[in-house]
Design a protein around this ligand. Structure first.
Ligand SMILES: NC(=O)c1ccc[n+]([C@@H]2O[C@H](COP(=O)([O-])OP(=O)(O)OC[C@H]3O[C@@H](n4cnc5c(N)ncnc54)[C@H](OP(=O)(O)O)[C@@H]3O)[C@@H](O)[C@H]2O)c1
Length: 306
C-alpha cells in the first residue's frame, strides 16, 4: 500500500503521520501520479495548526499538500493529454500531494520539461503562481523600482526574478546569509530590521514605485509611508493591512492555471528563472521538513521526496 502524509487533529508538527493508505483510483479526467517530489508550503502549516479553520477548515483524517511532480502510472477515462509513463508537474486542490501515489486532474498538470529537476518541478506551482500574480498585480514595468519583502523565500525568490526580467530595479529584503544569492540574480539586497525604510530609500535613490510583501508584519504600512500607491502594493499574507490601506492581495488563486505553470517551467528550462532548493527530505521525515520551514528562513524551497 502506498504511503501518504496524514493528520487527525489540528496541532504542531507532531500530529503529522506518514501511513499506508489504499491505492487511489483516478476518475474521469484524472490521472494517477507516482510522486517524485512534493514541495511544502507555510500555508499548509497554518491549516494544520487550525489557524485557517474559519476560512479553510480541515476534515479528518486530512492529507496535505498541493505541489507535485512525478510519473503518470494510470489514466482515467476521457484523458487524452497524458499517457502512462509521462513526466508531469502541477497541483492538486485536494490536500493530498505529499504521498507516494496521488490522483490529479489532468488539466492541473503540464509536461515536465527535461531540464527542470524533479525537486524544482515538484515545488513550483504554489510559489510560482503566487509570485506571478503578485508581480502582475503591481504592474511592474521597465524602469520601476520594486521592493520585495521575504525576497529569498519561496515566493520572493521567484518574484524578484520576474520583476528584474520585466526591467525593474529590484530591492530584496533578506537576512545577510541570502544577500549573495540575491546579488547574483541582479537584485539589490537590503537587510530587514531597524532602519530598513532608510536603507530602502538609499538603495532606491529615494524612489519606490511598487512593493510586493511576502512576509507581513508591517510592510504594507511601510510601503505606504515610502510613497507607494496602494494599487501598486500587493501583500500575499497581510489581508488586514491590505484592507486598511486599499492594497492588493493577489496570490496563487489569481494565477493558478496550467498555462502559467507551463510558462514558468519553460523559463526554468531555458535558464531564465531559478527556484533554489534549500533542502530535500524523504516523505517519512515530513515533521523535520516542516520544523525547518516554520523557522521562516528558507532560501527557496524545502521539498519532500517520496
Ligand atoms: N496568498 C497566497 O496565495 C500565498 C501563496 C503562497 C504563500 N503565501 C504566504 O506567503 C508567505 C511567504 O511564503 P513563502 O513560501 O515564500 O515562505 P518562505 O519560503 O518560508 O519564506 C520565508 C522568507 O521570509 C523571510 N523573512 C524572515 N523574517 C523576515 C522579516 N522580518 N522581514 C522580511 N523577510 C523575512 C526569510 O528571509 P531570510 O531567510 O533571509 O531571513 C525567508 O526567506 C507565507 O506566509 C505564506 O503562507 C500566500
Amino acid at each position: 500500500m502506498p504511503l501518504a502524509v496524514r493528520f487527525d487533529e489540528y496541532g504542531d508538527v507532531d500530529v503529522l503521520r506518514v501511513e499506508e493508505v489504499p491505492r487511489p483510483v483516478p476518475g474521469p479526467g484524472q490521472v494517477l501520479v507516482a510522486v517524485k517530489a512534493a514541495g511544502i508550503n507555510p500555508g499548509e502549516a497554518s491549516i494544520r495548526k487550525g489557524l485557517l479553520h474559519a476560512v479553510w477548515p480541515a476534515t479528518f483524517p486530512s492529507g496535505q499538500g498541493s505541489d507535485l511532480a512525478g510519473v503518470v502510472v494510470e489514466v482515467g477515462s476521457d484523458v487524452t493529454r497524458f499517457g502512462v509513463g509521462d513526466e508531469v508537474l502541477g497541483f492538486v486542490d485536494t490536500r493530498s500531494s505529499q504521498a507516494e501515489l496521488v490522483v490529479a486532474d489532468a488539466d492541473h498538470l503540464v509536461t515536465r520539461p527535461g531540464p527542470v529537476p524533479w525537486e524544482v518541478a515538484g515545488s513550483l506551482f504554489v510559489v510560482g503562481t503566487t509570485a506571478y500574480a503578485a508581480v502582475r498585480a503591481v504592474k511592474v514595468v521597465s524602469g520601476d523600482t520594486v521592493v520585495v519583502s521575504g525576497a529569498a523565500g519561496g515566493v520572493g525568490s521567484i518574484a524578484v526574478q520576474l520583476a528584474t526580467d520585466a526591467g525593474a530595479k529590484v530591492i530584496g529584503l533578506a537576512s545577510e546569509g541570502h544577500h549573495a544569492w540575491l546579488a547574483g540574480h541582479g537584485v539589490i539586497p537590503v537587510a530587514y530590521g531597524d532602519g530598513v525604510a532608510e536603507r530602502i530609500k538609499e538603495a532606491g535613490g529615494g524612489r519606490t514605485d511598487a512593493f510586493i510583501d511576502t512576509f507581513g508584519g508591517g510592510y504594507v504600512e511601510m510601503a505606504v509611508a515610502l510613497g507607494v500607491g496602494p494599487d501598486r502594493i500587493d501583500t500575499i499574507i497581510d489581508r488586514a493591512a491590505a484592507q486598511e490601506y486599499g492594497a492588493k492581495t493577489d496570490g496563487s488563486a489569481a494565477a493558478a492555471s496550467a498555462e502559467v505553470l507551463a510558462e514558468l517551467a519553460g523559463k526554468i528550462a531555458g535558464g531564465r528563472l531559478e527556484l533554489p532548493i534549500a533542502k530535500t527530505y524523504p516523505l517519512t521525515e515530513v515533521r523535520e521538513a516542516f520544523r525547518e520551514l516554520e523557522q521562516r528562513h528558507t532560501l527557496g524551497k524545502i521539498v519532500l521526496v517520496p
